[in-house]
Design a protein around this ligand. Sequence first.
Ligand SMILES: [Mg+2]
Length: 266
Amino acid sequence: MKITHRQNLKNKNLIVFDLDGTLAPSKSTIDKEMNRLLERLLMQKNVAVIGGGKLELFKHQLLNRLKVPKDLLTKLFLFPVTATSFFRYNNGWKNIYTHNLTADQVDRIMSAFTKVFKEIDYKKPEKTYGETIENRGSQITWSALGQDVVKVLGDKGVELKNKWRDKNTPLKLKIAKLLQKYLPDLEVHAAGYTSIDITKKGIDKAYGLKQMEKFLKVKIKNMVFIGDAIFPGGNDYAITKTPVDYFAIKDPEEAKKVIRKILKPA
Ligand SMILES: [Mg+2]
């Protein structure tokens, strides 16, 4: 576990978690122990969660399993789709903002996919699960095996994704590179194992922390970030450009250790 400490954890006002792979195992849900730890943490701190998925995915991975008193939910802030939207609790989850791609940008992204697939003679896997190109409002995500592969197949889906990644990472990077060439004003991230995200420029987890600073009125240096991909090329790495203190963890079990540490600062 890699840790940076500039300040005592006791003085941190906002604890920020990545969702997928940090609070919950990839595409899966938080467990009972994580639920209990988050409840205790919410009694002491404000908590923000940021992830690439939409609010629906936050519901599936986090909210549906989070059994805490309603007044604690008002201390929890959700930043789906890499903080291009923000939800807070006030008798239900209320959308504070959403920064969508324009219709023209969506059209150009869709055309770019068609063009690139034709250009490299891309053969889709024989079977895909759910949409392969999903418009998440502020982000368009391509998933080689379809959005729902893990939802439909469970562990078998994870296995299929690993297999696809082992075999096709160079292909994925090639697709991403060509897309970027045709969409110079947008940002193409070869994000997950089997997916590519396209957003407006400058949308990353550092952008997310800046949104939190602005909307929650907490300075970035008074936040702590916990994520499973704080390494070059990882989708949490951008936070190292900011003054945030962070814990680079490898899985939810390590994230739990960090929470225990925050609950009882040395
Ligand atoms: Mg993650």
